[in-house]
Ligand binder design. Structure first.
Ligand code: PLP
Length: 426
């Protein structure tokens, strides 16, 4: 049930829009406010399942999905109930006593994660998880060099940004973290040389923000072998790909490999609490921190409310068989996107993806400016990817139905028709 909105009870939809736009323009991000206004962004007021409602009560199928956050849709009742119940007991950790919910969430994650991944550190975002993983690798190996991939996206804090691969985001922050090198993504022939003396290789099983780039099958197996040969830790950044998004539990499952450290965030609480984590093999964790339990900490990390959400979210993924749904609906979505690529070869260069992470690569970045607003008019959200803006990403909740996938494809078709009609003037 959608609850009545207290703001809209006292304010008209137009007044609310004016207020929010003015707040953005003055206090949040002036240039972003202008871009969002031009693209016709409404005000998000409430959300449920795969749907967001705006200030006028119009419903939008959420195919941007918070860039992969809403694996369970918005406000999954079981997760919301778990968080509400936890709020009545204890919200944040006092830190000086054992936190039972953190213990349970860590155990649950270890039971679900591949192979012998066992010890978790909980934080509040994906970038923090990557920071923690890189620190762990340096501490465990007593080595310095960290190898990442061109076009990677690992977050925008300084360390995670140093591992990320798009110059636009990096340039003005130099000097970045020392000792980070980049190699081409998906190319296993460069790994042996690059990983000699490295503390870690950090890599996404599928590059999400890089434009939904799926590496060749066997790439992660080659990464595992190269890390074993060199002594570098294999850090799989599964912030976007993990927990069912790709139609399998983790992106590493595609090659049946177990990394030394895995980072998670986005869908970790099913879209209810901001939470990230890394999970490491006990041997790696002990090599880093057996004598230094407080070397890497976070005040808010591992809070009771976040961990309660994590436990409930992992249960829902299993109970509702959402990994299978992601696989089946993902196949439907990709087939539909590929059919549109055949229909509009002048506009679409490629449609690709795995599970419910689908990228539609346009032949020209400018077309997105017609397609995405038109989809919005049709009641479907979509977004481009951060490192490759000519790729429109379709990343709906894993609860999405076959009918909802068809509606999103119809909206994409309408967006393409609009862009096609403007072709001459674009
Ligand atoms: N790693 C990957 C693979 C991501 O896709 C992202 C965000 O898109 C991050 C890390 C950073 O996560 P956050 O924005 O929560 O810091």
């Amino acid at each position: 049930m959608i609850s009545p909105d207290p703001v809209l009870a006292v304010k008209s939809a137009d007044d609310l829009y004016a207020e929010v736009y003015d707040d953005y323009r003055r206090y949040v991000n002036p240039p972003l406010a202008r871009v969002m206004k031009v693209s016709g962004s409404p005000v998000e007021v409430r959300a449920e399942g795969a749907t967001i409602y705006d200030q006028k009560g119009k419903a939008y199928l959420d195919f941007a999905g918070g860039y992969g956050v809403f694996t369970l849709g918005h406000r999954h009742p079981k997760v919301v109930a778990a968080v509400k119940a936890q709020l009545d007991l204890m919200a944040l950790s006092g830190k000086t006593m054992f936190n039972p919910v953190l213990g349970r969430a860590s155990r649950k994650l270890a039971e679900r994660a591949p192979g012998d991944l066992e010890i978790s550190f909980f934080c509040n975002s994906g970038a923090e998880a990557v920071e923690g993983a890189i620190k762990l690798a340096r501490a465990a190996t007593k080595r310095h060099k960290v190898v990442a991939t061109h076009n990677a996206f690992h977050g925008k804090t300084l360390g995670a940004l140093s591992a990320s691969g798009r110059e636009y985001f990096r340039d003005q922050y130099r000097p970045l973290l020392a000792g980070i090198e980049h190699v081409p993504y998906g190319d296993s022939s460069v790994l042996k040389e690059a990983l000699s003396d490295a503390a870690a290789f950090v890599v996404e099983p599928v590059q999400g923000e890089g434009g939904v780039i799926v590496p060749p099958l066997g790439y992660l197996r080659a990464v595992r072998d190269a890390c074993d040969a060199s002594g570098a830790l294999f850090i799989a950044d599964e912030v976007q790909t993990g927990l069912g998004r790709l139609g399998m539990w983790f992106g590493c499952d595609r090659d049946g490999v177990v990394p030394d450290v895995m980072t998670l965030a986005k869908g970790l609480s099913g879209g209810v609490m901001p939470v990230g984590a890394y999970i490491a093999r006990a041997g790696c964790w002990n090599a880093a921190y057996a004598q230094a339990p407080l070397m890497h900490t976070s005040t808010f990390g591992g809070s009771e409310i976040a961990c309660a959400a994590v436990i409930a979210a992992l249960e829902v993924l299993e109970e509702e068989d959402l990994v299978r749904n992601a696989r089946e609906r993902g196949a439907q979505l990709l087939a539909g996107a590929r059919a549109l690529a055949t229909e509009y070869p002048a506009l679409i260069a490629d449609a690709r993806g795995l599970g419910l992470l689908v990228g539609v690569e346009l032949t020209n970045e400018g077309y997105g400016g017609s397609i995405i607003p038109e989809m919005l008019k049709m009641g479907v959200t979509a977004a481009w990817t951060l490192n490759l803006q000519r790729v429109i990403r379709l990343e709906p909740p894993l609860i999405v139905t076959a009918e909802e996938v068809e509606r999103a494809l119809a909206a994409l078709r309408a967006g393409l028709a609009t862009a096609y009609a403007k072709l001459g003037s674009l």
